[in-house]
Design a protein around this ligand. Structure first.
Ligand code: NAD
Length: 470
């Protein structure tokens, strides 16, 4: 560790490193006890504080905080508690006949000292869900949450500080420099959730120590709606997926691909359903949150300005209020391909719609871009669904809904290439924070013991037999 003495987290890292075997050797029951403590903190002790912190950060409605911040962590804890005992067991696997006399196992051992870097858009959820997996797998952990949701970060620091010894788990608040400093240390695993551009910085820093990484990234997630879809239901679900959290969701539908002749009906249903959700003035609705800060508000309004200047058709919405970082739910058609709306991940409440005449246009377009984190299809036509599924690549997805794939802990969650590396949730999260150590136990004299040098004709015959028959 001598090389890191100047690093301001060197001492902390060293203490966690020294503690890793004690934590790594904790029993199933000891780990469950920690998860129960976290569960009680979120479910009871700090529930109101979490709701308030999220409201103060970007006016997130209480119900949305319960559903999208607290519930996913509680559900992850419950699922982990049900399964951890079997995940931690030595997993016996078959041994080939040629290795007779031995038995083989996979031991899921903790990675060691882990770093979790989380984003601002679901700060509680995306900090504590990976923490549940890290605890389950028996690691020590340093957490660096986003500086953009200071109320949530401050509260999480308090919760973590109260529940855990800092030699085991600690949360460090700070700006980007804090992340940069932490990333210099030789962690055993880094679990990063954020943008693809920062993901590359994280991977570069990790490569210095050959630290393994899980990168939960983002990008543009398409939604395809064909002529067989139940359009009313599809529109309602797209509005829910796009405008929950004001579109600041990694798996929100980024843009819609719509069968050409459905445009007018889609617009009509969009207006009706939007009014039902948020009234005709979303700004006054208690169910609609704000953009997280001025920087992101200005980024999104610059997309709208560009759309207005290049004759994009703003079919619904388009109003903003800079006093409050408010952007109205907005629907746009005819967006030029080279515009910011079609080039960047939108991560806000603006929904561009592209139209298609033949289904293969959607596949060709999607395959000409980076691989999406999520791909959604609304259709009753099995042939279309299979064609899209079999000819595209994406991290996750739903047929005839959106977002819900995140909530099933039996499903791996994560991207593909530009949208991420590695998976989280349930067993896949436990696996991300574990090293699969292979272990063979020799019980008797094995067949290979007969093959030690010197190599004789008899041994050659044995090898010939082995190659042929085993
Ligand atoms: P971000 O990449 O800007 O920041 C994420 C974290 O990285 C923050 O804690 C931040 O402090 C830190 N960071 C920022 N710049 C850094 C740098 N130069 N060096 C080291 N650390 C740095 O992302 P964000 O704006 O917080 O979140 C939005 C992005 O995250 C979107 O792209 C979204 O799709 C993605 N996201 C992905 C998932 C997922 O599960 N796949 C979930 C939520 C968000």
């Amino acid at each position: 560790m001598a090389n890191y003495k100047d690093n301001r987290f060197y001492d902390l890292f060293n203490r966690q490193s020294a503690n890793q075997f004690k934590i790594g050797n904790t029993t199933y029951k000891e780990r469950i006890k920690k998860l129960n403590a976290l569960k009680a903190a979120l479910e009871t002790t700090y529930k109101e504080d979490i709701r308030k912190a999220m409201y103060d950060d970007f006016k997130k409605p209480y119900l949305e905080t319960d559903l999208t911040e607290i519930y996913p962590v509680i559900s992850e804890i419950k699922f982990t508690k049900q399964n951890l005992k079997s995940w931690m067991k030595l997993q016996k696997v078959d041994t080939p006949l040629a290795l007779l006399g031995a038995s083989s196992y996979i031991k899921y051992e903790p990675k060691g000292v882990c770093l979790i870097i989380s984003p601002w858009n679901f700060p509680i959820n995306l900090t504590f869900v990976p923490l549940v997996s890290a605890i389950a797998a028996g690691n020590t952990v340093i957490i660096k949450p986003s500086e953009m949701t200071p109320n949530a970060s401050k509260l999480m620091a308090k919760i973590v500080g109260e529940l855990f010894d800092e030699n085991e788990i600690t949360l460090i608040e700070g700006e980007v420099e804090t992340s940069e400093e932490l990333l210099k240390l030789p962690f055993n695993h880094i679990f990063f959730t954020g943008s693809p551009s920062v993901g590359k910085i994280v991977m570069k820093a990790a490569s210095k120590h050959l630290t393994s990484v899980t990168l939960e990234l983002g990008g543009k997630s398409p939604t395809i709606i064909d002529e067989t879809a139940n359009l009313e239901k599809a529109v309602k679900k797209v509005i829910f997926g796009k405008f929950t959290n004001s579109g600041q969701t990694c798996i929100a539908p980024d843009y819609v691909f719509l069968k050409e002749d459905l445009k007018d009906e889609f617009t009509k249903l969009f207006k009706e359903n939007l009014n039902q959700f948020y009234t005709d003035k979303a700004e006054d609705s208690k169910s609609y949150s704000r953009i997280v800060n001025k920087e992101h508000f200005e980024r999104l309004t610059s997309y709208l300005e560009e759309a207005k200047s290049n004759h994009t058709q703003i079919a619904v919405g388009g109003n903003v209020n800079s006093d409050d970082n408010y952007i109205e739910p907005t629907l746009v058609f005819d967006v030029p391909e080279d515009s910011k709306l079609m080039q960047n991940e939108i991560f806000g409440p603006i929904l561009p719609v592209k139209t298609f005449t033949k289904i293969d246009e959607t596949v060709d377009y999607i395959n000409s871009r980076e691989r999406p984190l999520a791909l959604y299809i609304y259709s009753k036509n099995k042939k279309n669904i299979d064609y899209i599924m079999n000819n595209t690549r994406a991290g996750t997805g739903c047929v005839n809904h959106n977002l819900l794939q995140f909530l099933n802990p039996n499903l791996p969650f994560g991207g593909s290439n530009n949208s991420g590396i590695g998976k989280s949730h349930g067993f896949f999260g436990f696996e991300a924070f574990s090293n699969r150590r292979s272990l063979m136990k020799q019980h008797t004299i094995g067949a290979t013991d007969l093959l030690y040098p010197p190599y004789t004709n008899f041994k050659q015959k044995l090898i010939d037999l082995t190659l042929k028959w085993f």
